[in-house]
Design a protein around this ligand. Structure first.
Ligand code: SAH
Length: 230
């Protein structure tokens, strides 16, 4: 598969000085999402630590710590920080958990998961985003295992996972993902129309039984692929 999209300018060279400059803004962002209902301290710590501006075009740096989604090229977005935090909180991650993300995008969500001590696997279908995310994550010192391809079928080579998070909106819950959950594992996936989706959490309770919770309405870019949208 080769999907081309326009290049954006990402700056990796400023290093720690620029990261420190934004620390105050990151703290404020963490406080904002805490007020909106994020109580998992490990998630809030990750938001306080990770330089979100590094994941987006330099032209948008001054909006990097607003609680909003921003364009990352290829018609895709880095999710709103509250949304990233809400999905991560629903995963209930412990250090060492094996987590699969569908939709690497900018790599920001993957960095949050890595920061929390998860063993992270992430799939992206846009080649340019895949390469860019790989470069940024490496630069920041995170080592998730990344793949270019259609994530709607999961990543069976590394299954089962303690957590699976889909960061694009699915028309239905992709059944391959459910099958790749560990017993006790959680799948967090937005499901609905292209305009609006319900956040669904499916927990694998035993070999063949699952529990489903419907949580809150969100708006994601579409999950495109064999078990997603055309
Ligand atoms: N988690 C990302 C959010 C990116 S938006 C972040 O932190 O920035 C969702 C991403 O899902 C987009 O990059 C889109 O290209 C990707 N995507 C959509 N359908 C996909 C599929 N079937 N497999 C893998 N990635 C997919």
């Amino acid at each position: 598969m080769k999907l081309n999209c326009q290049s954006t300018h990402i700056e990796l060279t400023k290093g720690n000085r620029s990261h420190r400059k934004h620390a105050r803004l990151r703290n404020r962002l963490a406080d904002t999402i805490a007020e909106k209902g994020i109580h998992d301290e490990a998630v809030l710590m990750a938001v306080r630590s990770i330089p979100r501006h590094i994941f987006i075009d330099t032209a948008l740096t001054n909006r990097a710590y607003d609680d909003r989604a921003l364009p990352i090229g290829c018609g895709q977005t880095i999710s709103q920080p509250y949304t990233v935090a809400a999905q991560t909180q629903l995963l209930e991650i412990k250090r060492g958990d094996k987590v699969l993300e569908i939709g690497t995008g900018s790599g920001y969500q993957a960095s949050i998961l890595c920061h929390m001590g998860a063993d992270v696997y992430s799939v992206e279908r846009h080649e340019e985003l895949y390469h860019k995310a790989r470069e940024i994550l490496q630069e920041l010192g995170y080592r998730p295992t990344l793949k270019l391809g259609d994530g709607t079928k999961g990543w069976s080579a590394y299954a089962p996972y303690d957590g699976i998070v889909v960061t694009a909106g699915a028309p239905v819950v992709p059944d391959d993902l459910i099958k790749q959950l560990n017993i006790g594992g959680r799948l967090v996936v937005p499901v609905g129309s292209k305009e609006s989706q319900m956040m669904v959490r499916i927990t694998r309770v035993s070999e063949d039984s699952y529990e489903e919770e419907q949580l809150q309405q969100f708006k994601f870019v579409p999950l495109i692929g064999e078990k997603g949208w055309d």
